[in-house]
Ligand binder design. Structure first.
Ligand SMILES: [Zn+2]
Length: 260
């Protein structure tokens, strides 16, 4: 896993080094570079934490990764305009949050005042020429499904984002499998009772995260026509992981979290 992390970190750095920066378009570089960094960071954190390679926690990370990829792919269609929208929305959210804090803050609450000051200075330092208003609602003006459709991520949306969302939102299809167990009393008509279940550890979750990093790298490389020499994460993972894992990782479609 250390080797895997080195490969994806090197891939990230190589891309950043080779990307020709136009300094007057800083938001494009910051937003896209930041999203790529996010993908790599999440995959590294997951890879280094075998305790969370299970159906309770790993899907939360993978959900965030599919979300980051759809956002990135959608932004890459028109980076100049879309990164501005993305940043504006984030700043608007922060502004709104600061307003809520101010409303709630009690007079003389020095600690709270400090929090507000720090957040406000961050926000003011972020001021950009295109920043005009607080944007509430969805930043892209689209929901994730629409963004996925526009950026050719329908499969990812259907087979990964959606099932992982069930885990992130604690929905029945997850809870019924991961938080309930059949009652042992045969007279109780096989109802289920809440249980604290230990689920098996499965490195396949890391492989899935490698696929998402791969996808984001590919989308980026295609857009900016970069020639990258660091091995791609998915191929590297498949070639190296199967050497040490007795059960080969199946290179199937996205997910599917069957709950088994
Ligand atoms: Zn019972």
């Amino acid at each position: 896993m250390d080797d895997y992390c080195s490969i994806i970190a090197a891939g990230f750095r190589e891309r950043w080094d080779k990307w020709k920066i136009e300094i007057y378009k800083s938001e494009t570089y910051e937003a896209i570079g930041g999203l790529l960094s996010r993908q790599v960071t999440l995959s590294m954190q997951l890879a280094e934490c075998p305790q969370i390679w299970n159906g309770h926690i790993a899907p939360l990370i993978l959900r965030a990764m599919t979300d980051a990829h759809i956002t990135l792919a959608w932004i890459l269609i028109d980076p100049t305009e879309r990164t501005k929208k993305y940043i504006l929305y984030g700043l608007g959210q922060e502004k709104l949050y600061i307003e809520h804090l101010k409303t709630e803050a009690v007079e003389d609450d020095i600690r709270m005042k400090k929090v507000i000051d720090v957040r406000e200075s961050w926000l003011n330092a972020q001021r950009r020429d295109f920043m005009t208003e607080v944007n509430v609602g969805n930043w892209a003006g689209l929901n994730t499904r629409q963004m996925a459709n526009e950026s050719d991520c329908q499969g990812l949306y259907k087979f990964a984002y959606t099932p992982f969302s069930g885990v992130a939102h604690n929905m029945w299809q997850h809870i019924s499998r991961y938080n309930l167990a059949p009652c042992t009393n045969p007279l109780h008509k096989y109802h289920r009772v809440p249980e604290l279940l230990v689920t098996p550890t499965d490195p396949d979750y890391v492989y899935r995260s490698a696929k998402y990093v791969n996808r984001s790298f590919e989308a980026f490389d295609k857009k900016y026509q970069l020639d990258i020499s660091t091995p791609m994460p998915q191929r590297w993972f498949l070639e190296n992981f199967t050497k040490i894992n007795e059960k080969p990782i199946e290179d199937n479609l996205e997910v599917v979290d069957t709950g088994t």
